[in-house]
Design a protein around this ligand. Structure first.
Ligand code: PEP
Ligand code: MN
Length: 292
């Protein structure tokens, strides 16, 4: 990224140039979630259902996630749905189910909060708060999340510029919370839904890394909307140097037709295992040393 592009950004405390401990561009501010480092040498995988729909479904997926070797589980209790008539999630009961899954599996829990008034409740059940794409510029929510001491997963709005995304992260940091992980989840370039929900913007990873030491992970599930594309794009994200992946999972093909949210994009457990094995092939994560 050119000097000029960097100079266009305001002086945010999260930029390397304003955060002296991280002036070396190869360093990352590691965010630890339930004992799992995001931004360390290992690619961290957060996997689980789109939505917590029942105890059986969520527990089954939790056990499969654990067996595949991931240590963090995602799952929405409060769901941002395009239509107000779609299933909105189980709410507080969903949070209780996630806690039960953590008790049995030991997985750290990542779940979305949409309402600033619910930050405290969600934080008391989860290990990391997710702020979804649609909420990226919900400033009261960002401020409330910043006042909690929780690690925050900040997804990029599908139309946000890099500057808007970093400014959103700064709202959280300004309140004293720098434990922020950025998540690229696809941008809307045009009506691509014939083959893919959005376009995964891997271009953004390197500029993010140059500008800020915050870890950045990639969500190929929401970017594609199609489980068959999730493994290839996970491979691409790892090759591009992602610090982690966010992957939606289903229990089995038999479960898929009955799911109330994002049924087409959850990978079956066998594909999650394949993705986990990609994350262990460390040569993929090596950043080229540069060209002489
Ligand atoms: C999600 O991760 O469950 C989700 C709704 O994703 P996004 O906010 O990226 O659409
Ligand atoms: Mn989803």
């Amino acid at each position: 990224m050119s000097e000029k592009a960097d100079q266009r950004l305001p002086d945010l405390s999260l930029l390397r140039r304003c955060w002296p401990e991280y002036s070396d561009p190869s360093t990352t501010h590691v965010v630890t979630v339930n004992g799992v480092d995001i931004g360390g040498p290992e690619c961290a995988v957060i996997a689980g259902p789109c939505t917590v729909e029942s105890l059986d479904q969520t527990m089954g997926i939790g056990k499969a996630v654990r067996a595949a070797g991931a240590r963090l589980m995602r799952g929405g209790a409060y769901k941002p749905r395009t239509s107000p008539y779609s299933f909105q999630g189980l709410g507080a009961r969903g949070l209780e189910i996630l806690v039960e899954v953590r008790k049995v599996t030991g997985l750290g829990i990542v779940t979305e909060v949409m309402d600033p008034r619910l930050v405290e409740l969600v934080a008391s059940h989860a290990d990391m708060l997710q702020i979804g794409s649609r909420s990226m510029q919900n400033f009261p929510l960002l401020i409330e999340a910043g006042r909690s001491s929780m690690p925050i997963l900040l997804k990029r709005d599908w139309s946000a510029t890099l500057e808007e995304w970093l400014c959103a992260a700064e709202y959280i940091a300004k309140e004293g919370n720098r434990n922020i992980v950025l998540c690229e989840r696809g941008v809307r370039a045009s009506n691509h839904w014939s083959y893919s929900r959005s376009v995964l913007d891997l271009n953004v990873l390197e500029p993010v890394r140059r500008l800020t030491p915050l870890p950045i992970i990639v969500d190929p599930s929401h970017a594609t909307g199609d489980w068959t594309l999730v493994a290839p794009l996970s491979r691409a994200a790892i090759a591009a140097g992602a610090h982690g992946l966010l992957v939606e999972v289903v229990n089995s093909e038999a479960d898929r037709p009955d799911l109330k949210c994002d049924a087409a994009q959850g990978v079956p457990p066998a594909v999650l295992r394949e993705i986990m094995s990609m994350t262990r092939r460390t040569e993929l994560t090596a950043v080229p040393a540069g060209i002489d």
